[in-house]
Structures are given as C-alpha cells and as structure tokens.
Ligand binder design. Structure first.
Ligand code: NAD
Ligand code: IPM
Ligand code: MN
Length: 349
C-alpha cells in the first residue's frame, strides 16, 4: 500500500489534480497497486483557512505518507504577505523538511509540437533532456536580510550538498548517454567555484561519463541555439529554476514539464509550473505535466516501471492522435480542455 497525500494548492492546482487522479485509480486497477489518498490544505488556500500556508495537520499527514502529489501554489492574492506566510514558503518548507535536494525535470520534444514551438523543427526534433536541479540550497535557503537600504540572499553551498546532487547527475548520466553538463558561474561566484571543484573530484569516479562545464549565461544561450547537445544537466537551485522554465519552451509549454523531488524517504511529485492565475478556473490548463508527474511517482516511489511507462505511452498516444490543450495546440490540433485531455489519457490506459 502506497500512502499518498494530495496537496491541490491554488490556481490551476485543484483542476489539474482533480482531472489527473482518476488516471491513478485506473493504473492501480490495471497493475494491482494499492493506494490510499488523503487531501490536505497547502499554500494560499491554507493561509486563508488556517493563517498558515503549511498547517501542522498537513505536515502530520505528509510525514505519515510515502509520497506527496502537489498541484501548484501561489497567486496575486497572497503576493503582499510577509515571506514566511506566502504560499511559496510552504513549498520551500516541504522541500527542506523532507530533505528533497534532488529535483528531476525531464524535458521532451514531441513531434506534435512542430506547429507550436518557436524553434525550427530540425533544431529540436528529438530533444530529450533531464535537468537535475539542486533543491534545498543556494540563494533560496542561504542567509537573508533586509533593511531600508539593503537586501541580500546569500548563495550558500557546502561541499557535501554539491557532492550529493552532482553524484545524482553522474548516476543518471550513466543510465543514459553518459554525457553530463554541469552548469555554474565559476568565473564569478565562490559557490560555483566550489561546485566545479567538487564536480571534478566526483567525475574521477565516473570515467565513462563525458563531463562538460558551462557558465549559466552560455547554458541559456546553448539551450536555445543547440538544445540537442544536452542530455543530462546538473545545476544549483536558482539556475535550475530558471533554465527549466526556459527549457519548457522546447517541450512546447510549461504544462508539459513534470518533476520529482527526491532525496529523503518521502518524494514530492509536482508539475514544474506554477498556479497559472491567468488561466485558472477555465478548464484550459494542460494536465499532462501533472499526469507525467504521477508516472514519476510510480517509477521512483512505487518502483513500478511498467505502470509508469503505461502512463507515458498513453500520453504519447493522445498527443500522436492530435489532441492538445491550448498551450500546445497548433493549427491542426484537436483542441481539448483540462478534463477532456485527462479523460483521453485515461482511456488509453
Ligand atoms: P506559472 O508557471 O504559473 O505560469 C507561467 C505561464 O505558463 C503562464 O502564462 C501560464 O498560463 C502558463 N502555464 C503554466 N502552467 C500551465 C499549464 N499547466 N497549462 C497551460 N499553461 C500553463 O508562473 P508565474 O505566472 O510566474 O507564477 C504564478 C504563481 O505560481 C506565482 O505565485 C508563483 O510563485 C507560483 N509558482 C508556483 C509553483 C509551484 O507551485 N510549484 C511553481 C512556479 C510558480
Ligand atoms: C518551482 C517554483 C518555485 C521555485 C517557487 C514557487 C518557490 O518556481 O518549483 O520551479 O522557485 O522553486
Ligand atoms: Mn520555477
């Protein structure tokens, strides 16, 4: 039995979660897997209800679970709250408390996107990249300060923190094309110099992997002009946040990017996108990032590759048939909403 806690969150979170969960039920029947599901308040809605974006009751439930399925949090309604009360603080809090230092964000180009993506097809056809983002260090969690005249967010990393994430990068690269791009800013930042030193040290244990170092500014450029050179990218927290949104353009939309946050006993699975306030409540959001995050949960928490693949293949079939939500639709697509997209995937399982 896998105990899941569902945190629908804010904005499009509840719609994409509601649409996607029936797929998990179907998978559980088909593959004889048992799940229990409990929903809990998290994010802006939790702040409205409890005065706390990450209520103790929610933390209790999370601690008693095997995995968390998260929609998205945040929105303009809560933007003026002090930092520790903001919905985003809950997200950072759950990552830190669960020790989820390793965020895996796969980016895949799909042929159906040819009429949608902004790049020429020959440049991106076949793009299949895994971005490994350090998730519990860097500027997000370093010392912070603010007075009238000055503000700072320190980028802090220990050698151990760098080592464990970079090692994940090498391990994943070993199971793929044995090419690893490490992204840093070692020409300027001390934290990046440590990052590079540690990476070079760890690299000695993986002689089969071709290691390339890129400065983050050049990495941003290379992702646009020659994305096919990348297979696995490993980088620190903020660089990974920015580069993964940028890379989402190669997959046609942020609505195509799933993620798994790993490192402790309990994994968190969530789309890489946010609460999309501009389209919330309109049945327009692409649920595929969430659906593909469920596949990652089956792979990493349930260790059931077959069930994970079943979801991924179903998504592929639905896309091959030309169905698309508005964010990935081209002129010849069959336009569908959030619910219908998820129902189509369910039918293919
Ligand atoms: P966003 O990811 O919510 O939206 C960026 C753009 O992508 C928007 O145009 C949106 O419509 C589109 N988009 C996002 N998800 C989509 C989907 N599934 N289908 C179709 N289009 C989609 O980023 P933002 O606008 O910068 O942030 C909005 C709020 O979300 C902020 O409060 C931010 O802090 C929060 N946020 C939360 C998470 C999370 O919960 N993991 C991640 C990122 C941002
Ligand atoms: C993400 C989001 C979060 C981050 C925010 C909402 C805290 O952008 O998951 O990519 O920056 O990590
Ligand atoms: Mn982000």
């Amino acid at each position: 039995m896998t105990k899941l806690v569902i945190l629908p969150g804010d904005g499009i979170g509840p719609e994409i979660i509601d649409a996607s969960l029936p797929i998990l039920e179907k998978v559980s029947e088909k593959f004889n897997l048992e799940f229990s599901m409990e929903t809990a308040d998290f994010g802006g809605n939790a702040y409205d209800k409890h005065g706390n974006p990450f209520p103790d009751e929610t933390w209790e439930k999370v601690q008693n679970s095997n995995a968390v399925i998260l929609g998205s949090v945040g929105g303009p309604k809560w933007d003026d709250l002090p930092r520790e009360l903001r919905p985003e603080a809950a997200l950072l809090g759950i990552r830190k408390r669960l020790g989820l230092y390793c965020n895996i964000r796969p980016v895949k180009y799909h042929d159906i996107l040819a009429s949608k993506v902004v790049w020429k097809e020959e440049y991106i056809k076949g793009v299949d990249i895994v971005i490994i983002r350090e998730l519990t260090g860097g500027a997000y969690f370093g010392a912070k300060g603010r007075d009238e005249h000055k503000a700072f967010d320190n980028i802090e990393y220990t050698a151990e923190e760098v080592e464990r994430i970079v090692r994940r990068g090498f391990e994943i690269a070993m199971n793929r094309k044995k090419v690893l791009h490490s992204v840093d800013k070692a020409n300027v930042l001390e934290s990046s110099r440590l990052w590079r030193e540690v990476t070079l040290r760890v690299a000695k244990e993986y002689p089969e992997v071709r290691l390339e170092h890129l400065y983050v500014d050049n990495a941003a450029l290379q992702l646009v002009i020659n994305p096919k050179q990348f297979d696995v990218i490993v980088t620190e927290n903020m660089f990974g946040d920015i580069l993964s949104d940028q890379a989402a353009a190669l997959a046609g939309s942020l609505g195509m990017l799933p993620s798994a946050s790993l490192g402790g006993e309990i994994g968190v699975y969530e789309p890489a996108h946010g609460s999309a306030p501009d389209i919330a409540g309109q049945d327009k959001a692409n649920p595929l990032a969430t659906i593909l995050s469920l596949a990652m949960m089956l792979r990493f928490t349930c260790k059931n590759e077959e069930a994970a693949k079943a979801i991924e293949v179903a998504v592929e079939k639905v896309m091959n048939a030309g169905f698309a939500t508005i964010d990935i639709a081209g002129p010849n697509s069959k336009l569908v909403g959030t619910k219908e997209m998820a129902e189509l995937v369910l039918k293919e399982i």
